[in-house]
Design a protein around this ligand. Sequence first.
Ligand code: NAD
Ligand code: ZN
Ligand code: ZN
Length: 346
Amino acid sequence: MKALQYVTVGAEPEVREIPTPEPGPGEVLLRVTAAGVCHSDDFVMNNPPEQFGIELPLTLGHEGAGQVTALGEGVRGIDIGTNVVVYGPWGCGNCWFCAQGQENYCSRAAELGIMPPGLGSPGAIAEYLIVDSPRHLVPIGDLDPVATVPLTDAGLTPYHAIKRSLDKIRPGSWTVVIGSGGLGHVAIQLLRYLSSTRIIALDVNDEKLEFARSVGAHEAVLSDDRAAGNVRKITGPAGASLVLDFVGFQPTIDTAMAVAGVDSDVTIVGIGDGKSAARVGFGISPYETTATAPYWGARAELIELIDLAHAGVLDIATERFSLDEAPEAYRRLAAGTLRGRAVVVP
Ligand code: NAD
Ligand code: ZN
Ligand code: ZN
């Protein structure tokens, strides 16, 4: 089969011919119908693979959708032919966090060598994908896999980040969304649907700001060194009740902290350079402001998102690429010229 693989550190990923996998005991084989391209892949490919315990070559893609085509020994409860999306942050299934469905915070994954597809295990940007357990599949019925696959990360990650702060975003509040790309444009739609907060989007050029407005942002502000002051002009002295930073470099984290109001949540989702940080302390941050950095989301939250997709409340912007064009999708991602999410359709 064809697969997009990260082969050489510092080089572009390559489309390669590799053996089609067969499901082992307990595993499920999917024929991939769609796979999303995430900015985190770019971060991973620009850092030494040892840092993440990743062995090369690695098939990329941690957002996957597919049709069940073969079941490993002992697999029950899912039928061949079912259209599914894949819950990516695989865990052990048995620890306290996994028992809550929060496999993203599995306490034993590292010790057991369990890694998400595309971030250690072979990923979804390929013709076929092995999923380690039917527990990690969510049926999508007749939903379009291309429009639905971004929900597994570009949807799930902001959904989790927003849900944990729902009590903050009361009517009359302001929420600041920094970066309206793959994750950010879904975050804006989720905020509109789940709350009556007013949204200020920040991004780097007029085209991106227009995109943010088109998906529901009430205001859009250029993300430069005057951004915090310009946001404060809109929010007034109260500042923002929630700031979601989908960039995570020092300048955006500084903006996030500068626009946060008293008793607000500052949620840093973007990985940035992996070194940037928020400063919290008396007289430095607003009183009772909480800064946090969450990772992905829970299984139940993905099921909820698929239900939202069935209800038709989300309009995910996607740009399609064939498997042969997948390297180009990563070039466009790095250049910042995508509108919404790049999705590879093998
Ligand atoms: P993306 O490239 O699709 O979107 C990023 C957006 O941020 C773009 O619209 C870009 O123009 C904008 N941007 C860039 N620099 C900016 C700046 N200085 N100010 C304001 N906007 C700026 O990326 P994505 O796939 O949506 O991922 C966003 C971030 O979230 C990445 O850092 C990614 O690694 C991270 N991520 C984290 C998690 C998690 O679990 N914490 C999960 C998925 C992705
Ligand atoms: Zn991701
Ligand atoms: Zn676990």
